[in-house]
Design a protein around this ligand. Structure first.
Ligand code: ADP
Length: 639
């Protein structure tokens, strides 16, 4: 028997694993199964690619069995994981299980910050390999026979200083007849809890359900007599993984039903998905993605601590379902799977976030999803409306957050409009525009009903200029950040500024050239109102957008909107600057005509006050002093 010292890094890793992963011990089984699966992959490849291995009859499988000691003595209970894969000879055992040959692990060790070490959950997300088995075992034996070789080797270690390697006789009952590896874990006190059928099945289903080879679990099934004593017991073996990673099968062999079934299990949703996209990328990077859009938005979509919906697999092995970085936040409603061939299994979360491979997959996935949404919006209006009702808002967040995909996103978002029923897009708006119209007009701030009733729309309606009704709170933040709209792919084509009708600067196109005489004529009245209102307003102006109503308020083009200021205040923001409205008045209105001829200071003050307050009310805003408004109104009525 040859005794060996562990390479110092192995000792370090072992120490780290045992002391920081204890709350995630169960991953040991995932790691062993993943190694077994790799070993089967390797041999499978050789049997088709290499003459020397072609004669090997090979039915790849992974077998798990356990023995539970009745008295729970440490070291007396075992879990055994066995495969008939490529196997290891003496040299392989030394190199693979005595050193850290894998550069990934070394980087992992170096990068693991002190903080991450404390957070065992973080590390637990990612594989740390074979050594994790020492979290549950005091001693491990690995018995292995390499394919196309005759000797059988046994590696033994207590996971402390080093390990022994010995050759087993051909007759040794511990030996292996066929090629492959048997890993025997002599469970520690903490490990014995895993030596039962339910734990093992549960862990395999959770982490390794989609491993491509069958995983069998052997267990004893007891029959009891009426006194509760074991009458007889039979050895049973069940296949415990589903094996078919659906997303790895080709689209042509999958039916819609298969996708829908799979979704229900993946998304924990009894509804059918609204849409799904299955993609296989080959070439420089190999990966598969399968994404679903739930019919109803996830209940936690607007919670800051929403649960991400995309799971990361590496070669069918589950890595994490708790990484928000796998999708941009505005696509947080997407459910699905990313399965990469190129990522290392043992990669920490920090490394994952800076990982170029994953970044590329993510970027390509976003592009794919957005183009798929586009197709859906063009080909299936009904479905797209369902989509919009659920996800218009997150898409608008995307407009704000994801500059690189802005062009695609601006084609997806939808709005209500003064010109058509239901939803409409920027592109559709532009297609309805009059040939000389320069801007796209919209109104924000308030619910749909208030907005549709706003006096600000009068002149646009009279001129038959369409205005988009933006009744979602988020519009106030997102739409101004867009500035303009240009149809995609037409970098030379016309670009249209987006103008809020409740802003100064949106009335230039209303056509009525500023009538110098009208201005002059209205000047004295305007001065009267200005004087009466004092610092309640930023300015008083003669309006070009009013037809029937006597007054309206607008915001300065460069100020945030009044609605937004009220919203911020309601959200508890203390330092919201007071935004004063600009009052616009309709010079042709009888009230204004009347004001022209009155010099009664008290009456002027009441009329000016009511003109302002009613304009605020129509916009759905709250009056600072409603009692005062009512008083003024009553005084005027009494007159
Ligand atoms: P990883 O699997 O990430 O490389 P591990 O520490 O789990 O890291 O395993 C180290 C190496 O040991 C593997 O790369 C492989 O060469 C070898 N090995 C482990 N388990 C087996 C097995 N069941 N069959 C063949 N080789 C194995």
């Amino acid at each position: 028997m040859a005794q060996h010292q562990f390479q110092t890094e192995v000792s370090k890793l072992l120490h780290l694993i045992i002391h920081s992963l204890y709350s995630n011990r169960e991953i040991f089984l995932r790691e062993l199964v993943s190694n077994a699966s790799d070993a089967l992959d390797k041999l499978k490849y050789l049997t088709v690619a290499d003459e020397a291995y072609k004669s090997i009859s090979f039915e790849p499988r992974i077998d798990i069995s356990f023995h539970k000691d009745a008295d729970n003595r440490p070291g007396a209970s075992t879990i055994i994981v066995s495969d008939n894969g490529i196997g290891m000879n003496e040299k392989d055992l030394e190199e693979s299980l005595g050193t850290i040959a894998r550069s990934g692990t070394r980087v992992f060790l170096e990068k693991l910050s002190e903080e991450a070490k404390k957070d065992s959950n973080l590390i637990g997300q990612f594989g740390v390999g074979f050594y994790s088995a020492f979290m549950v075992a005091d001693r491990i034996e690995v018995i292995s026979r390499k394919a196309a070789e005759n000797s059988v080797w046994k590696w033994t270690s207590d996971g402390k200083e080093g390990y022994d390697i010995e050759a087993l006789d051909a007759e040794d009952p511990a030996g292996r007849e066929s090629q492959g590896t048997t890993v025997i874990l002599y469970l520690s006190e903490e490990g014995t809890e895993y030596a039962n059928r339910w734990s093992i099945e549960d862990i395999i289903k959770r982490y390794s359900n989609h491993v491509a080879f069958p995983i069998y679990l052997s267990y004893e099934e007891n029959e009891y007599d009426d006194k509760g004593k074991v009458k007889s017991s039979t050895q049973k073996t069940d296949k415990i993984n589903s094996g078919a990673a659906l997303w790895r099968r080709s689209k042509s062999e999958l039916k819609d039903e298969d996708y829908k079934e799979f979704y229900k299990q993946l998304g924990h949703d009894s509804d059918e998905p609204l849409h799904f996209v299955h993609t296989r990328a080959e070439g420089a990077q190999e990966y598969i993605t399968l994404f679903y859009v739930p019919r109803k938005a996830p209940f936690d979509m607007y919670h800051a601590d929403y649960k991400p919906g995309v799971k990361l697999y590496v070669k069918r092995i589950f890595i994490t379902d708790d990484d928000k970085e796998l999708m941009p936040t505005y696509l947080r409603f997407v459910r699905g799977i990313i399965d990469s061939e190129d990522l290392p299994l043992n990669v920490s979360r920090e490394i994952l976030q800076q990982n170029r491979i994953l970044m590329n997959i993510k970027n390509a996935s976003v592009k794919k999803l957005l183009s798929e949404f586009k197709t859906l919006s063009e080909n299936n209006r009904e479905k797209w409306e369902e989509f919009i009702v659920q996800y218009n808002r997150p898409l608008k967040e995307g407009l704000y957050q994801d500059y690189s995909n802005r062009e695609a996103l601006q084609e997806l978002v939808r709005f209500k409009s003064t010109a058509v029923e239901g939803w409409t897009s920027f592109a559709e708006y532009v297609s309805r525009m009059k040939s000389d119209q320069k801007n796209i007009y919209y109104i924000t701030g308030g619910d749909e009903k208030t907005l549709r009733a706003s006096p600000l729309l009068e002149a646009y309606r009279a001129k038959e200029i369409e205005v988009l009704i933006m009744d979602d709170e988020i519009d106030d933040i997102v739409i101004p950040s867009l500035f303009s709209y240009r149809q995609p792919g037409k970098s030379e084509g016309p670009s249209f500024d987006l103008k809020a009708v409740n802003r100064t600067g949106a009335d230039e196109e209303l056509g009525e050239k500023k009538d110098k005489d009208a201005e002059k004529e209205a000047k004295p009245v305007i001065e009267k109102i200005k004087k009466a209102l004092g610092d309640r307003v930023k300015d008083v102006k003669l309006s070009r957008r009013l037809h029937d109503s006597p007054s309206c308020i607008v915001a300065d083009e460069n100020d945030p909107s009044i609605q937004m200021a009220q919203m911020l205040k309601a959200m508890g923001q203390a330092e919201v600057p007071e935004i004063k409205p600009i009052l616009e008045v309709n010079g042709d209105h009888p009230i204004l005509q009347h004001l022209k001829n009155t010099e009664d200071e008290e009456e002027i003050a009441d009329v000016a006050g009511v003109l302002l307050d009613q304009a605020l009310l129509v916009e759905g805003l709250k009056l600072k002093d409603p009692a005062d408004f009512v008083k003024k109104l009553n005084r005027l009525l009494a007159r």
